[in-house]
Design a protein. Structure first.
Length: 367
């Protein structure tokens, strides 16, 4: 077994920008692609041997046996392909279901491969018998389309366009299928592992949330002071229950120290009533969204937090929701002393119009 390129390889990355750029904003021009919300994966193939590499360089191969088999039937015999592992449910991407596929037990892995099978979306070609990373993207893309001309689901080829209007439309519409924005790639750019060569445009929104607690930072201040790590955020559902939706961070060191003192008047003593008092009980998580309890994802981490009277309201920035929680860490914007906690409901959140994921994949007749 000799792969065309030796794993692991760190994927090429993208730096964030605010707006969809013009195609001639970089030398040689650029093209637009949908930004998939899954596990980044570089596939290495040599005949029957396949390895699924991840962004952190740890193989994903054992977790997706059904995908390995599909890749054997759809990829060229010796190649290295960059793409994304996704799970599609009800014509949308489901990242929570994808996370559940990472399990230590082989029996569970096999069960989930049948119940919630994964798909792979290809968007770059690093090798085809020989190393292609030194070639410009326009040539790699052309060879990728030819290599996957006969590919069938669950192996897909991502769409691409050099039309800014089309890229803007994708940015606005494809979120309804669970996608994460758009990626912009320079046509003359070579493949540069672990370098932020590409550009990405993601959605930016704001929400007003109740501050129900805070977690300490793992480090202390310059004089040993306790520092705030993150604010714990809540939103009221239709039944008036405060649901945990995530955390907000992005504070300077000095501000982290100051916030500990500023929040002290709102602190609750041990044992006092709080909407999330049962957060450590596994059964409570079945009734309500609560701050995370210990799991295989958080083993060994200190998840303790300081409860606050749910009286403060904060405006945060976020990019997307995953179910009824923020997909990523929210960004602190400002305190909203003009808002009451009860006004922080799910009704304020912008929900994208549903869009069929089938329309996002590149049709085989266009390859």
């Amino acid at each position: 077994m000799t792969f065309p390129l030796t794993p692991p390889i760190k994927p090429m990355l993208a730096k964030p920008i605010a707006d969809v750029p013009d195609p001639d904003s970089v030398p040689g021009g650029l093209v637009y692609e949908p930004k998939w919300d899954g596990f980044r994966c570089i596939v290495f193939r040599d005949a029957d041997a396949i390895e699924l590499g991840s962004r952190n360089e740890k193989p994903l191969t054992r977790y997706f046996p059904e995908l390995v088999e599909s890749l054997r039937h759809n990829l060229p015999p010796r190649c290295v392909v960059d793409g994304e592992i996704i799970i599609v449910r009800d014509q949308r991407l489901d990242f929570q279901a994808l996370q559940s596929r990472i399990h230590p037990a082989t029996s569970r892995v096999n069960l989930l491969s049948d119940e919630i099978p994964a798909s792979f979306v290809a968007f770059d070609l690093l090798a085809l018998d020989e190393d292609l990373t030194g070639q410009p993207f326009r040539q790699r893309r052309r060879q990728l389309e030819h290599a996957l001309r006969g590919a069938k689901p669950p192996i897909h080829l991502t769409r691409v366009s050099d039309d800014r209007t089309e890229g803007q439309r994708w940015f606005e519409q494809f979120e309804g299928a669970g996608l994460d924005g758009i990626i912009c790639k320079g046509l003359d750019h070579t493949y540069q592992p672990d370098k932020r060569v590409m550009l990405k445009v993601k959605h930016a929104r704001t929400a007003d949330c109740v501050v129900a607690g805070w977690r300490p930072h793992k480090q202390t201040g310059p004089n040993g002071e306790t520092m705030l790590g993150s604010l714990m955020l809540g939103i009221y559902d239709d039944d008036g229950v405060l649901q945990s939706v995530g955390v907000a961070a992005s504070f300077t060191q000095q501000r982290r120290i100051e916030l500990v003192s500023e929040l002290q008047p709102y602190s609750l003593p041990a044992g006092a009533a709080h909407p999330w008092a049962d957060w450590q009980e596994a059964t409570a998580h079945e009734r309500q969204q609560l701050p995370g309890a210990q799991s295989r994802w958080t083993s060994g981490k200190d998840l303790s937090w300081h409860p606050l009277r749910p009286e403060l309201v904060v405006e945060v920035g976020y990019d997307a929701m995953e179910g009824n929680r923020f997909r990523h860490t929210a960004q602190f914007k400002r305190w909203r002393t003009d808002r009451s906690p009860e006004s922080c409901t799910y009704d304020q959140l912008e929900r994208p119009v549903t869009y069929s994921l089938t329309d996002v994949f590149m049709p085989s007749e266009l390859r």
